[in-house]
Design a protein around this ligand. Structure first.
Ligand SMILES: *Cc1c(COP(=O)(O)O)cnc(C)c1O
Length: 366
């Protein structure tokens, strides 16, 4: 029996490379609180993403909550239910109310044509998600936001390494959150970052992630603790060196899937976006009128010890924790509900072998 294949497998640098990177931490005994590794990773990411104002975090979720706090948002935030639990929970945990906008069927991202009708005098911000690394229609969303004077905060957790006409996804909207969780294309074991547009916002984010402390005797904010530690930063530094090669390997696997699954009636593959350099973060397939349902394909793969993922299913507006709450109804977002019932993300990671891709395709097709 071949080894189990999971939907993803974390990339790791060579063991010796990580050991060399953490040597300095041992020598200095400086383990966290913005040490040399933290600073080095921040600078390297700033350069790579082309974003001057960047702050590191302990994870993507707390990075997102900290943005909402830094922008001092209250009231309604327009967002998508076709996302990971984190996006919706961050809004609710920060005392705001999510208002769910439907998605575009092609990119799975927030539909700008549905956006304006949801804006009320209580709307405080727009929080779209670059789903699977597909970029939102940032121009259209930006135009609506500008008309109404609303900030746009992107959940860019899936889109590290995605560039549109040479501009990284860090640079769209008023702020962008990245997740560096172990399962993401680029990771620091756990970690995250916020990219924003000015030094003042960045400083507020830095204060908020460190208990609201600005200086030794100055605590202007009620902050939490969301600092990235030195060992996580060291992992990020190593992984960033290998990022391009990792994405290239993911691309080969994705193209191997494309070659076998494209043109098959009832299968809808992810569509490449014009002018966009992709990161091949996920390989979603929508089973719509195929000879097997999404759930049947999931079960057939699982029987062969291949674990795909129903991602995103369920929609966040149908989570048990929100049952009965006004505004949480998947019927309000019919396109998202339709996709959630039919989409499956297939295994995709840098060292997934092409032979395994072939085996997965064979199980799906036969
Ligand atoms: C991973 C992820 C997050 C949360 O990031 P963590 O680093 O795991 O806290 C938020 N939103 C989306 C869309 C994600 O995929």
């Amino acid at each position: 029996m071949p080894e189990r294949i999971n939907v993803t497998r974390s990339s790791l640098p060579p063991f010796e490379e990580y050991c060399a990177e953490i040597r300095e931490i041992w020598d200095s005994h400086w383990l966290t609180n913005m040490g040399v590794k933290h600073q080095a990773l921040e600078e390297a990411l700033s350069r790579y993403l082309g974003c001057e104002y960047l702050a590191l975090f302990t994870n993507g979720h707390l990075a997102l909550e900290t943005i909402l706090a830094a922008f001092d948002l209250h009231g309604e935030i327009i967002t998508t239910p076709f996302t990971f639990a984190s996006t919706t929970h961050a809004i609710v945990r920060c005392g705001c109310r999510p208002v769910f906008c439907d998605i575009e069927p092609d990119n799975y991202t927030l539909d700008p044509d549905e956006l304006e009708a949801l804006i009320t005098d209580k709307t405080a911000a727009i929080l779209p998600v670059h789903v699977y690394g597909n970029l939102c229609d940032v121009e259209a969303i930006g135009a609506v936001a500008k008309r109404h004077g609303l900030p746009v905060i992107y959940d860019a957790a899936h889109s590290f390494g995605v560039f549109k006409d040479g501009v990284s996804s860090a640079n769209f909207g008023d702020a962008a959150m990245f997740s560096f969780h172990a399962t993401k294309v680029f990771h620091s074991i756990e970690g995250g970052a916020v990219c924003c547009r000015d030094a003042e916002t960045r400083q507020r984010l830095c204060d908020l992630k460190n208990f609201g402390i600005h200086g030794p005797e100055d605590v202007p904010f009620v902050g939490g603790n969301a600092k990235m530690n030195e060992f996580a930063a060291a992992m990020g530094i190593c992984n960033l060196r290998h990022l391009e090669a990792e994405i290239a390997k993911r691309r080969l696997a994705a193209e191997r899937y494309d070659a076998q699954l494209s043109g098959v009636p009832g299968l809808k593959l992810n569509r490449a976006q014009r002018g966009v350099q992709a990161n091949y973060a996920y390989y979603p397939v929508v089973f719509d009128g195929y000879k097997y349902s999404r759930d049947e394909v999931y079960d057939r793969l699982a029987a062969e010890d291949i674990i795909a993922r129903k991602y995103f299913y369920p929609l966040t507006n149908s989570f048990a924790c929100y049952a009965g709450k006004p505004g949480f109804d998947p019927a309000d977002t019919p396109v998202a509900a339709y996709m959630a019932d039919r989409v499956l993300t297939l295994p995709l990671y840098a060292d997934l072998s092409l032979a395994d891709v072939d085996r997965i395709c064979k199980i799906i097709l036969e």
